[in-house]
Design a protein around this ligand. Structure first.
Ligand code: NAP
Length: 344
């Protein structure tokens, strides 16, 4: 067994997360000579590594692959001196200084400033058997698993841009793609919604939710039980004791595209304020500062609204600039204190 390292070195900045927000923070912090350490987290590169083409990132009018954008960002950050390491924060002590971060492998890191860019992870819908079948025909990532479903009938759950993107991507492999949405109106942007609605190989099942997934780890997904209600939100109607229509369908794959939850578990029990949704709260105004001085938030972990690659890059750069300014202030205040002590 590996011995846990108690790393006594105190870093200026640790950046938790290596998605577009973490990488942008790393570029800025490295260029400011802060020698940031980037903890890559359980999903190195974050959500962009799971997406196909990004068509709305400024400067790439013909689109750029999500993975390529991330790889280029990492190379850029490394070229300025950012250090990357595998690591996920399990526990954080943020009420003393320096901050202490305990990683999943037992290592302990110390840092003066922390940039939280841990992003968000795919939400699950709570259907029966999802725990057993995730990875066995049930997936949260069409770009990762779509190719396993050549010739299958598949369902995509959700009505946002992610679900539309997954559905369109899956038409390359699946025999049929049905989007199952709990209301009769899509949440997706107009351009994505129209692309899916106008696609000959994408069907829609409105006012419908996934109740149960059928199959086993041996057979993979073989089917699903769907429930519908003409007024939408059938699961809620069922919970309220109303009648819903049930239908069993045979499918070989199910893809969740129902949004994401912020990765802030390690901040619970620390003085960093979290919103009810779990998002990191930042202070009022245009800042990435949080309720704990020296802790900054960037990207999807602090942004429930915009959640775009370009806005994550923006808040990442802001967090590094805010951290740099804060660290300089600490040095100035320390110098003032020493001068005051010397003159006493
Ligand atoms: P989202 O916009 O929050 O949409 C989530 C969808 O899942 C909604 O339609 C929601 O239904 C449904 N949903 C949520 N929980 C559910 C549950 N338990 N059971 C059934 N359905 C459920 O999330 P997103 O699609 O991941 O998009 C997030 C952000 O990323 C957006 O800003 C989007 O524009 C952006 N994005 C952009 C692109 C692109 O431009 N290529 C691709 C992907 C994502 P309701 O509508 O009823 O709430």
């Amino acid at each position: 067994m590996n011995e846990a390292k108690d790393v006594t070195e105190i870093r200026d900045v640790v950046i938790a997360g290596s998605g577009v927000a973490g990488l942008s923070a790393a570029v800025y912090a490295a260029r400011a000579d802060l020698e940031p350490l980037v903890l890559e987290g359980p999903e190195p590169g974050g959500q962009l590594t799971l997406t196909t083409d990004v068509e709305n990132f400024l400067g790439f009018h013909e689109g750029v692959g999500g993975m390529e954008l991330i790889q280029r960002g990492k190379e850029q950050a490394e070229s300025f001196g950012a250090e990357f390491t595998h690591g996920t924060i399990e526990d954080a002590t943020l009420d003393g200084r320096p901050f202490e971060l305990e990683l999943a492998n037992g290592d302990v890191l110390r840092t003066r400033a922390l940039i939280v860019a841990t992003g968000a992870s795919a939400r699950w819908v709570g259907a029966e058997n999802e725990d057993e079948l995730m990875g066995y025909g049930l997936s949260t990532c069409a770009t990762c698993d779509g190719a396993f479903h050549r010739g299958d009938d598949v369902l995509v759950i959700g009505g946002g841009d992610s679900a539309m993107e997954e559905a369109l991507f899956l038409t390359k492999f699946a025999d049929s793609v049905t989007v199952v949405h709990r209301r009769d109106e899509l949440r997706a942007s107009e351009v994505m919604a129209n692309r899916a609605l106008e696609h000959d190989d994408v069907e829609f099942q409105w006012n419908t939710e996934l109740l149960e997934i059928h199959g086993s780890q041996e057979t993979g997904v073989t089917g699903a039980t769907l429930i519908s209600h003409p007024d939408g939100l059938p699961k809620k109607k069922l919970d309220d004791g109303e009648d819903v229509e049930r239908e069993r369908v045979d499918v070989g794959g199910i893809f969740y595209g129902v949004g994401h939850v912020p990765n802030t578990d390690f901040l619970e029990g620390t003085p960093v304020e979290l919103a009810d949704s779990g998002h990191l709260e930042t202070l009022e105004g245009m800042t990435t500062e949080t309720s704990v001085a020296g802790v900054f938030g960037a990207g999807d972990v602090m942004d429930p609204d915009y959640r775009q690659a370009i806005t994550s890059a923006g808040t990442g750069s802001m967090a590094a600039l805010d951290a740099e300014e804060w660290l300089e202030k600490q040095v100035d205040e320390g110098t003032q204190e020493l001068l005051a002590e010397a003159s006493d």
